[in-house]
Design a protein around this ligand. Structure first.
Ligand SMILES: [Zn+2]
Length: 344
């Protein structure tokens, strides 16, 4: 089994991994701003922010360069761990409007603990040549960031590829030519329903490096146990916000349930601080309550996996059960299992 537990020593404290970085939409104009969760859920004392959206939001950026800290701006404790990615996801359709140096400066100004390098995501719709060009540009940006990185924050190189070889070559190239504390896999969100492909890519990266491995954007309820099983150290997700926007209620061990499908129940099947004392109708009508519950659901899923691993039970038996209810995810897990067997 590739599942592993480690600890990252970061400027704002130690962080136990594997860990989820809940996405904070701070800086985004359309910001469904995330209700405060830091301090409420012990293992989520971390956040993923987008360096580019914050920098491009003038009034906020002025406050931050004046005398307000990012953590004050977010209303979270001073020791909150922050992972600032470059905002590369926006470069799927937009021109790159930053440089590795400028992004490093922004990440430093934000006092982030982890910096993701500038990247240009690839897309299934692109021609192969176009994607290869994007992959090469991301590699150049990463090396440039490595050359200029001089703070005690960790630097993760953002890497992309739609086949295991490209990904392996990219990581090996960066290992040889730069100095990185870990790697962050991008461009997986658009192909997330192709579980076999995603699994192969993650395994390829995991085999190539023993360093910290982050997966951008796939930290939802169903992916989480798969990522843990594949030895991924961290992931981020905004699924808890998006799901709540669609009135989707996440149930650990299952998935999302649209709340209007449930009519005649008074209590929800969850003892979290949100659902424990409120009725179904109260939760249904309160988007913020839904967001908070959904985060608790993600925490529960993570805790369960840890419990199974810690208590010496067979993780594979647990996952056989976990994925039983859904044909697609069951097939994904079976594929992952076969690929793992081939590895060892
Ligand atoms: Zn709940």
């Amino acid at each position: 089994m590739l599942y592993r537990q480690r600890q990252l020593d970061l400027p704002h404290g130690a962080l136990e991994t594997p860990v989820l970085f809940p996405v904070r939409n701070i800086g985004k104009r359309s910001s469904d701003n995330t209700p405060s969760y830091a301090g409420n859920i012990p293992e989520f004392s971390a956040a993923m922010v987008n360096a580019r959206s914050i920098r491009n939001r003038d009034p906020m950026w002025n406050r931050l360069t004046d005398n307000v800290t990012l953590r004050e701006e977010m209303g979270v404790p001073d020791d909150t761990i922050v992972f600032a990615d470059s905002g590369g996801f926006d470069f799927t359709n937009e021109e790159v409007d930053t440089t590795p140096r400028k992004t490093l400066q922004t990440q430093k100004e934000l006092e982030a603990d982890i910096y993701g390098t500038v990247d240009v995501p690839i897309s299934r719709d692109n021609r192969k040549v176009e994607n290869q060009d994007r992959i090469d540009r991301s590699l150049r940006y990463a090396i440039e960031a490595s050359d200029h990185h001089d703070s005690d924050a960790l630097l993760f190189a953002s890497v992309h590829g739609y086949d295991p070889e490209t990904l392996r070559n990219s990581i090996q190239y960066l290992e040889k030519n730069g100095d990185f504390d870990g790697y962050a896999l991008g461009s997986l969100v658009p192909i997330r329903t192709d579980y076999t492909k995603v699994t192969k890519l993650i395994l390829s990266a995991r085999k190539t490096t023993d360093k910290h491995l982050h997966v951008y954007g796939l930290g939802g309820l169903v992916y989480q146990p798969l990522l843990l099983y594949l030895g991924v150290d961290s992931f981020d997700s905004s699924a808890f916000i998006r799901s709540a926007g669609n009135r989707n209620y996440l149930i650990p061990g299952f998935g999302g349930e649209e709340l209007h499908n449930i009519e005649d129940m008074e209590r929800l099947p969850c003892p979290c601080p949100v659902c424990g004392n409120q009725t179904l109708d109260e939760v249904r009508e309160n988007r913020e309550a839904l967001v908070k519950h959904n985060l608790w659901a993600l925490a529960t899923e993570l805790r369960r996996f840890r419990y199974v691993a810690e208590s010496g039970r067979e993780v594979e038996e647990y996952l056989d059960l976990r994925f039983q209810g859904n044909e697609v995810t069951q097939r994904a897990y079976q594929t992952a299992k076969q690929q793992m067997r081939r590895l060892t």
